[in-house]
Design a protein around this ligand. Structure first.
Ligand code: FES
Ligand code: FE
Length: 427
């Protein structure tokens, strides 16, 4: 296979081979080396907070059932019948003690145990003594501060180790609430005619903010008479293992706890109170970061946590090299006051929803890239060099360090598998 990246530190040049966005073999390798081996976000624990709650999830190409079992454990069951394979649970979400397969009516407790089947006399007494006819659970399911991930590789390192330095930034998101975050109902699902890695890049790309989302910033400027110039300033940080963040100030309102002139005076007072409480809990500096700084975090490979004018979690999976399915929803402090929740939801829909100011603009940009990658043969490389010359630790949020972190990890994983294959062939 051709080179995936050219990482030339001396020349301050970083290139990505455009083939990674269009090649079917690369997609197959991604499934094996990325989606089958990395920790993948399945959901937030509050999505299934009551015993019996369940939600269907598609993660890493699998149909899973994210379920709060009767014994209090949260499980990720493979949503396939041990009998002949049918999808057992067909509802998207609900609350149930048992799941019954549509096809021959085998039934299972919500921890996966087989508890009933018609025509039992046709099977030996010890038929399920080994438990092999229970719905199978994903062996690795781990939780970091409410964010739950699965891993299909039983030998993977722990989630804690995998997240590494990204934990600090997840903490900043979660710490904005004294009672933790909760997932709000409803999910936004849409598809984009573009490669899945383009949205990973886009989610930590502040460089595109002003040009791509100009209409939105023009409106923000019109809403705030004191705002002379829109500034998006901050830093980009490589968090290791392919994770990255951009942390920056921006002119929109954050219900924790940055007021904006389109909000009323009650909200102004509330934001000041929230900020004061944050200062009590964490001191001035951390409180300022939590309240007044925005964070877009990419957890490699495909979880984006946006802590901007709203808090969102978004995942995206390829169905082909040029097509992805995206799913995202909003999170908020548990028990948040209604007026704050309304401001938050307005923010979320205004900018981040599929009908908001940002998402359609972003998707347009990604589809333009994908469309023009049919010129790959002649024009082969993307340039992601911005800010390299500033050196380690000095990267601006509008630089492209965040994307380089993603690509270095991506390249390492794919190259490692190629090297192993070569070894086997040589032996
Ligand atoms: Fe489920 Fe037969 S496939 S009971
Ligand atoms: Fe954008």
């Amino acid at each position: 296979m051709d080179q995936i990246i050219q990482d030339n530190v001396e020349k301050n040049e970083f290139l990505v081979n455009r083939k990674v966005f269009t090649d079917k073999e690369i997609l197959a390798r991604e499934r094996a080396e990325v989606f089958n081996k990395c920790w993948l976000f399945i959901g937030h624990e509050t999505e299934i907070s009551e015993v019996g709650d369940y939600k269907r999830k598609k993660v890493g190409g699998r149909n899973l059932l994210f379920v709060h079992s009767q014994d209090g454990e949260i499980r990720a069951l493979f949503n396939t019948c041990p009998h002949r394979g049918a999808l057992v649970c067909r509802e998207n979400e609900g609350n149930s003690r048992v799941f019954r397969c549509f096809y021959h009516a085998w039934s299972f407790k919500n921890d996966g145990e087989l508890v009933g089947m018609p025509g039992k006399d046709g099977f030996p007494d010890d038929f399920n003594d080994e438990g092999t006819k229970n719905m199978k659970a994903v062996n690795r399911l781990e939780n970091y501060r409410g964010f739950m991930f699965v891993n299909f590789d039983d030998n993977a390192i722990s989630l804690d180790e995998y997240l590494g330095d990204a934990k600090e930034y997840i903490d900043l998101v979660v710490d904005q609430s004294e009672y933790g975050l909760e997932a709000l109902g409803g999910v936004q699902e849409y598809s984009v005619r573009a490669n899945w890695k383009l949205i990973a890049e886009n989610s930590v790309d502040l460089y595109h903010g002003m040009p791509t989302h100009k209409t939105y910033f023009d409106i923000k400027q019109a809403q705030d008479p004191d705002l002379k110039r829109v500034k998006l300033e901050g830093k980009g940080v490589d968090l290791g293992n392919g994770h990255a963040v951009m942390e920056y100030v921006a002119p929109w309102g954050r219900p924790i706890a940055q007021w904006t002139p389109i909000w009323n005076d009650d909200l102004k007072r509330d934001m000041e109170n929230i900020k004061a409480r944050l200062v009590e809990r964490f001191g001035e500096e951390r409180a300022d970061r939590i309240a007044n700084y925005n964070r877009n975090i990419v957890i490699f490979p495909n979880l984006v946590i946006n802590d901007i004018m709203a808090v969102t979690a978004r995942t995206f999976y390829p169905t082909s090299p040029g097509y992805m399915e995206v799913s995202g929803y909003s999170l908020a402090p548990k028990g948040e006051q209604e007026s704050h929740r309304i401001a938050r939801n307005d923010n979320f829909l205004e900018f981040l929803g599929p009908g908001g100011f940002a998402t359609p603009d972003d998707n347009e940009a990604l589809e333009l890239c994908q469309e023009a990658y049919n010129n790959n043969q002649e024009v082969q490389w993307n340039d992601i060099s911005k800010g390299m010359l500033r050196g380690e630790g000095n990267q601006l949020a509008t630089d492209e360090l965040q994307m380089r972190s993603f690509w270095r990890q991506y390249n390492a994983r794919i190259q490692e598998s190629l090297a192993k294959e070569k070894e086997v062939v040589q032996k």
